[in-house]
Design a binder for this molecule. Sequence first.
Ligand code: AHM
Ligand code: MG
Length: 340
Amino acid sequence: MIGTTAVTTIERFIIDQEHKYPEATGELSNLLYDIALGAKLIAAATRRAGLVNVLGAMGTVNVQGEEQQKLDVFANEILKNALNHTGRVCILASEEDDAPIPIPPEYPAGKYVVMFDPLDGSSNIDSNASVGTIFSVYRRVSMEGRGVMEDVLQPGHRQVAAGYILYGSSTMMVYTTGQGVHGFTLDPTIGEFLLSHPDIRTPEVGKYYSVNESNYARWNRGTQMAVRGFHGDTPERIKGKNSRYIGAFVADFHRNLINGGIFLYPADTRNPSGKLRLLYECSPMAFLVEQAGGAATDGVRRILEIQPDTLHQRVPLAIGSKADVEFVARMMEEHGTAAV
Ligand code: AHM
Ligand code: MG
């Protein structure tokens, strides 16, 4: 089949965007392109996962006490190697590493800080369901040399770029540099990400709500009342929604971003700060959703305003269509966030 010749590759799009800013040095563009390259390598490995016998756990546990799967380790190494030698980054941090990852002494340090969850939702791998990568980019705050903890612990509103890669029925990379949200689909025949979803806007009111309802009895009253609203129990307050939950944040978030919806990982009595991590899961997705017209809250605070205290800190999350996130915040205010 002969298709159109007017395609925009991610490389061209990133360069065109950068040309709008005469002061831009091109470093951020190159950094995003480094991540896109890493994503292609992870996508290729994910596609082959069922074939080359990389399924199953390696038998090691990561800093969160979770079992690491082989592909997690691989994705983590790929991203580190894609980013640590370029002279563009002064420090890295990953869900899979206890401490921030220094740039090896043989390579120069640059002005950016990159954090990532290399393979989110990895428990989905052995059932051949979607997984994703999430990344977050900041400008360093320390003045010189190697990056330090202070560079890592920045509130989300200081991000200069954020995005995710969804390894689903297609591989997609979606990112923002604060100029809207743009989505690219990997064409496996030519190995390029092509612009498929320019300037994504998320509907004001969503079709879907996504939450692990098995935790219902352990949620606070505000969360319970919000989800009852999504069930359709309080039609005078909010119209009921359809439920969708894959258990891979990137996949749930992406579906809701495109169709409208809200994803929640609330606090519960077992996980008093929720499950997801502020720095490399919640903040980057919050930057994306706000750029697409949505919102993100921990129930009380805007996610992007939270000052992190520790690298792997968790935070309750409600994220998605603006009206739905505001409804959650109202329910928290009216019914409280105290544990049940
Ligand atoms: P992970 O980073 O260990 O993969 O865990 C994060 C995942 C998210 O992708 C997903 O939304 C959530 O955990 C699902 O958790 P639960 O199984 O408690 O519903
Ligand atoms: Mg994760």
